[in-house]
Design a protein around this ligand. Sequence first.
Ligand code: NAP
Length: 301
Amino acid sequence: MLPLARITIIGLGLIGSSLCRAIRAEMPTVRVTGHDADPAVRDIARRIDLCDDITDTAGASVTDADLVILCVPVRAMGAAAAEIADDLPADAIVSDVGSCKADVLAQLSTALPHHSIVPAHPVAGTENSGPEAGFATLFKGRWSIVTPPHDADPTAVERVAELWRRLGAQVETMEPAHHDLVLAVTSHLPHLIAYTIVGTASDLEDVTRSEVIKYSAGGFRDFTRIAASDPTMWRDVFLANKDAVLEMLQRFSEDLSALQRAIRWNDGDALFTLFTRTRAIRRSIIEEGQDDAKPDFGRSH
Ligand code: NAP
């Protein structure tokens, strides 16, 4: 298998700029070319020397690419792929980092029917956006889920998987639809709940806004971090992964009703049993190195 020599990153926000930095740090022989639709983002990327080349058009960024990774919001993937279709070398592999996969695979396959498409999703991020928010170690120790179509070329799949391993990620391969169901419960639903709670608190009339902010250490502030995530990205995720999110939301509503009933009927055993089970899940996350065991998420007080 030939090593990758030229990688193009399209979309230079949090994830795209982290990829540029990580590739330059871990694979210094690779030439990284970048493009973003926003001229202001391209200016910043040039100023902070994010890539070896930044091009003003998407087409110019891919003319000699071995691998192109689309790092744009999920509902912009099809348009971004269509923009490079005429200039993409026939043997280039196209991948992406979108947070949902079945919809993105459909968009990419429609825009680039003759190319090798190997979608992936690094399960790593922060609530910040833009080229200056990225950092080279974002993917270290995190999972990257590769979701190839049934007829994918195994060599292309291995090249994409190997890239993520080189950047420090652990790689798992999954069916796109299964990925969307798993991420609906582990990522999309938690974001929806955070957006709801923070919205509810800001609409309250008999508890003042300053009280909400003052006493936020009681738990609320941890939801506000998630609820500060990029509005465009998350609008797109919920619309593109609609079926899986609605399925998980239905289950969540039923479980919430059961808790409501337990509180109403003073069923302390039901509450205690659930809270004991959830505590064990937190322990497993720490044991698997996916979070820090320090109290209060390691905040200094
Ligand atoms: P971001 O910081 O907002 O960056 C996205 C960039 O893409 C913006 O600069 C945007 O420009 C640009 N863009 C939009 N449409 C484009 C197009 N057609 N061609 C070229 N550039 C275009 O977003 P992000 O957080 O990096 O997210 C990027 C992708 O990664 C999304 O698909 C998201 O689902 C996925 N992801 C995000 C996270 C996370 O935690 N943030 C984690 C894993 C995966 P404008 O701002 O001008 O539109």
